[in-house]
Design a protein around this ligand. Sequence first.
Ligand SMILES: Nc1ncnc2c1ncn2[C@@H]1O[C@H](COP(=O)(O)OP(=O)(O)OP(=O)(O)O)[C@@H](O)[C@H]1O
Ligand SMILES: [Mg+2]
Length: 277
Amino acid sequence: MLEVKNLKYSYNNEYKALKGVSLKVERGDMVALLGKNGAGKSTLFLHLNGIYEPDDGKVFIDGEELKYDKKSLLKFRQKVGIVFQNPDDQIFAPTVEEDVAFGPLNLGLSMEEVQDRVEEALQRVGMSGFEKTAPHHLSGGQKKRVSIAGILAMKPEIMVLDEPTAGLDPQGVTDLTRLLRELNSEGITIIISTHEVDLVPDYANKVFVLVDGELIGEGTPKEIFSQPDILEKANLKVPIVTDLFQQIESEGFDMQGDYPLTINEAKDKFLELINKN
Ligand SMILES: Nc1ncnc2c1ncn2[C@@H]1O[C@H](COP(=O)(O)OP(=O)(O)OP(=O)(O)O)[C@@H](O)[C@H]1O
Ligand SMILES: [Mg+2]
């Protein structure tokens, strides 16, 4: 449903931030894009609904090529909503509710529908009660939640979130991960970038790895986290649970190449090892 073909982009003609990126995201996917600082994650995301126009290459949404005239952009941005890495780039209205209402109002919905959407979106990100608050009086994590609500209220088919858990407290990270899973099960395709590898196997069915503007890996979390060369090139670590079992193996327990990636898988593996010994 979303396809990027040979995308190239450079800032100020000097640095090649994207050097020919191609990828495909299917309807219902929950994708994690991994890569170190400066790899090009945000640059790639900003192409997904035409905020940036590539130097070369194309973006297709539902098989239709992304065009950059005002009318086409409006249409594509209803389908693909992007939550920026920095909420200050996104939030600008004088109050939280006006900010979240901005997108839906632009869709030409009735006042009643807009109000319902704003209320629901704020509730889902845990920000009910802040409707009248000025965004600059919010904490970093609260701003992040409001920026997510603003996109939620548009009800896009594809939600792209650039480091959505950055700056959230541990409960906030858990809540957001749960919300993303819920939205995904409601049929929304989700693409996020993140540095938090521990959580990736819990929600993502597909992982892309970006290094210096090039995709060097693509697969399930299990496939990606079992390729040391890719992880090394991308400065990535395996999830802490996987690390633990790799260390246990070096103590003489044979894992037969099957390392747990999540707490649940680890629990089962521990019970299996205990029963064996
Ligand atoms: N506005 C800009 N002007 C010039 N160069 C930029 C600009 N934004 C990003 N870059 C450069 O492009 C490259 C890719 O940056 P990008 O922000 O896409 O990386 P990222 O993977 O999102 O990193 P992070 O994990 O730090 O968010 C970097 O080398 C960066 O310095
Ligand atoms: Mg970024």
